[in-house]
Design a protein around this ligand. Structure first.
Ligand code: NDP
Length: 390
């Protein structure tokens, strides 16, 4: 029996992971499931998968969770400490699919136990890449990519020598607004930003796809995961979302990974790696696909990509600043307090403010320093947004 835990079990990635596990339940011993506010889903899945432990991130929801699990014998817990404790429960394979910087600490804890961490939570690598990679190394733990682009690169690299890699190209659908006139973006609504043309994902990543903040995070994730120089990482807009990524080699070969836009492929690959197993994902009919389009992203439309390049150049804790300011600006956009284009402008101003305090950015990358930087960046993002609102 393989011991597995799923962090962020109630979300889009978590539910896709559960879909795969539930098809083959006798092979898995489910240790811990975690969620946020969706207690009913969390309890239902914990019962179905016979988990040992279910954790909600919110302490004030503990009694709801206890009620929902009554009579099941499943342990219930709540709060940040309980999430970290879930990470400390011995497991062979852990899905890290909490959204945002909140996923960092539980994932680090799982790595400390030597678990294989399937990483959907890209924010961990953006905020604290070196810390995550060093922790994995120190504890003999393995990190496997779940983001479709990074899974694609990982698969294209099997049997290859990194020294032969010339460039990595990750594709971007362009999100909800890829064909909108630039001027119209200013008035883009929450509803419009929350609908993705190709992928069915959580609301936050869907909006981040429209603004390209998601791709900006992924460029940084690529740098951390594969250790390539930023100028060897390219982004290309590919509206069909069929080619997920390409790896270019020094002999001119370009290896592409293609597949239907279904996250169960990347999740299943990380689950069965290094083997390949049957997965219930649609098979591509290339005759039907018929056309694949690619174009360079327009920098004016997507300032997030430029900011990601600046963050990689700056290094240190600037990834944590970038992510935290982005999360806060996204909260404000979702709450209707700022416009779509104000998100990038806010993040840029927060990064500029931090530049005036190099000691903060250059502090050692420990979990404490990352979370203090995260807290400060959120506060400064709030201040910046207040000033901008006049
Ligand atoms: P969702 O919003 O669908 O789900 C997020 C999960 O995290 C839910 O279980 C949610 O609980 C939980 N959660 C929310 N806030 C907190 C918190 N503060 N502390 C602990 N748990 C919390 O997100 P996705 O599944 O779309 O994305 C998850 C991660 O995977 C993100 O990092 C995203 O970038 C990445 N990813 C997602 C892809 C996708 O296709 N969705 C593709 C590639 C990467 P609840 O819902 O119960 O409140």
């Amino acid at each position: 029996m393989r011991r597995v835990s799923i962090f962020g079990a109630t979300g889009s990635i978590g539910q896709n992971t559960i879909d795969l596990i539930a098809r083959d339940l006798e092979r898995y011993d489910v240790v811990a499931l975690t969620g946020g506010g969706n207690i009913a889903q969390l309890a239902q899945d914990a019962r179905h998968l016979k988990a040992d432990l279910a954790v909600t991130a919110y302490e004030d929801r503990l009694s709801d969770l206890r009620d929902a699990l009554a009579g099941s014998g499943i342990e219930a817990a709540a709060g940040q400490g309980a999430l970290i404790e879930a990470g400390a429960r011995p497991a062979d394979w852990v899905m890290s699919a909490i959204v945002g910087a909140a996923g960092l600490a539980p994932g680090l804890e799982a790595l400390k136990q030597g678990a294989t961490l399937a990483l959907a939570n890209k924010e961990s690598l953006v905020c604290a890449g070196t810390l995550v990679l060093d922790t994995a190394r120190a504890h003999g733990a393995r990190l496997l990519p779940v983001d479709s682009e990074h899974s694609a690169v990982f698969q294209a690299l099997v049997g290859e020598d990194m020294s032969a890699v010339e460039r990595i190209v990750i594709t971007a659908s362009g999100g909800a607004f890829r064909d909108w006139p630039l001027e119209a973006l200013r008035r883009a609504t929450l509803e419009e930003a929350s609908s993705h043309p190709n992928w069915n994902m959580g609301q936050r990543i869907t909006i981040d796809s429209a603004s390209m903040f998601n791709k900006a995070l992924e460029v940084i994730e690529t740098r951390e995961f594969f250790g390539v120089e930023p100028d060897r990482i390219e982004v290309v807009v590919h509206p069909e979302s069929i080619v997920h990524a390409l790896v270019g080699f020094r002999d001119g070969a370009l290896m592409a990974h293609l597949g239907a836009p279904d996250m169960r492929h990347a999740i299943g690959y990380a689950m069965h790696w290094p083997d390949r197993q049957d997965l219930p994902v649609p098979r591509l009919d290339l005759g039907q696909v018929s056309q694949l389009n690619f174009r360079h992203p327009d920098d004016a439309r997507y300032p997030a990509l430029r900011l990601a390049r600046a963050v990689m150049k700056r290094g240190g804790l600037s990834g944590a600043v970038f992510n935290a300011a982005k999360e806060r600006a996204l909260d404000a956009f979702i709450a209707g307090r700022i416009g779509f284009l104000d998100m990038a402008a806010t993040v840029e101003e927060v990064l500029t403010r931090f530049e005036a305090h190099p000691g903060l950015i250059d502090a050692q990358m420990t979990l404490d320093n990352v979370s203090q930087t995260d807290t400060l960046a959120r506060r400064w993002a709030d201040e910046v947004m207040q000033v901008r609102a006049g």
